[in-house]
Ligand binder design. Structure first.
Ligand code: SAM
Length: 256
């Protein structure tokens, strides 16, 4: 077979390290949900996924789609695998599929955050187990007080629990990316999503090194904020990464 040339524009870095592939399979939540895989690529992860669950895959690259259709002809015939040859963001109007699913994928990094945020607010999506750039994984999994604790960590903690499963060096891929990667898991316990809460978070972290008061007062009235801070016993000098998810929800209730 001709060697496939990876297309940069689709973020193609194929995962070759069998140990990492095994760790992803071992970390999969134990339930009856279907699997959604975004970007099956050459099918290196897909071949393990179809062994344990039925899989709905979305692949934008038509060359790879043809290759996958040949490689997995048996699984497609038995309906263990269905491949949608399209851009997942076009397919994703409200829900990606009509039943409960877990997202398991080595994501294309150029749209990874967008995909994860969509999956977090999709009520049909129950768990998210994905490989992304290490810095992105750390933002989703950060705890209050850490420098990278920000709106992504708070949105995630408002919906479930997140943890890093394994850090992955560039050598695990072909071609090798220039950055480090990590697999992380978000186990969702609710579907709460509120656009106004998210826009308050955007204001709160507008300039992460400035105080929370300074950031919020570019959007909300300062005298009202001062009253709210006093009632919640928050110091005016507090920085955005020092306030817990619980405190952000208390703040939001009052601002609302
Ligand atoms: N899962 C494979 C693996 O682990 O080796 C490939 C992962 S590679 C990082 C990302 C994959 O996502 C590629 O196959 C790429 O073509 C696909 N992709 C990129 N953008 C996409 C999009 N908008 N919709 C669906 N698939 C996409």
């Amino acid at each position: 077979m001709k060697k496939v040339v990876a297309k940069k524009k689709f973020g193609q870095n194929f995962l070759k390290d069998e140990t990492v592939l095994q760790k992803i399979i071992e970390a999969m939540p134990n339930n009856d949900n279907k699997i959604v895989e975004i970007g099956p690529g050459l099918g290196d992860l897909t071949k393990y996924l179809v062994d344990v669950k039925s899989v709905e895959a979305f692949e934008v690259d038509t060359d790879l789609c043809k290759l996958l259709q040949k490689k997995f002809d048996k699984e497609i015939a038995t309906k263990q695998l269905h491949i949608n040859c399209e851009d997942v963001l076009n397919a994703w109007q409200s829900s990606l599929i009509d039943e409960s699913y877990d997202l398991v994928a080595n994501l294309p990094y150029y749209i990874a955050t967008k995909i994860i945020l969509k999956a977090l607010t999709d009520p049909k999506c129950k768990n998210i187990l994905v490989m992304v750039q290490l810095e992105v994984a750390e933002k989703f999994c950060a705890e209050v007080g850490q420098k990278v604790f920000g709106s992504l960590s708070i949105i995630t903690q408002s919906i479930g629990n997140a943890r890093i499963i394994v850090k992955v060096p560039p050598t695990a891929f072909d071609p090798q990316p220039k950055i480090n990667s990590a697999v992380f898991l978000i186990e969702k316990s609710s579907d709460r999503s509120d656009e106004n809460f998210e826009s308050m978070l955007r204001a709160a972290f507008k300039q992460p090194r400035k105080t929370l008061m300074k950031n919020l007062s570019t959007t909300y009235e300062k005298t009202i904020l001062q009253e709210i801070f006093d009632s919640l016993e928050l110091a005016q000098s507090i920085r955005p990464h020092q306030l817990s998810t619980y405190d952000y929800h208390q703040l939001y209730k009052k601002i609302k």
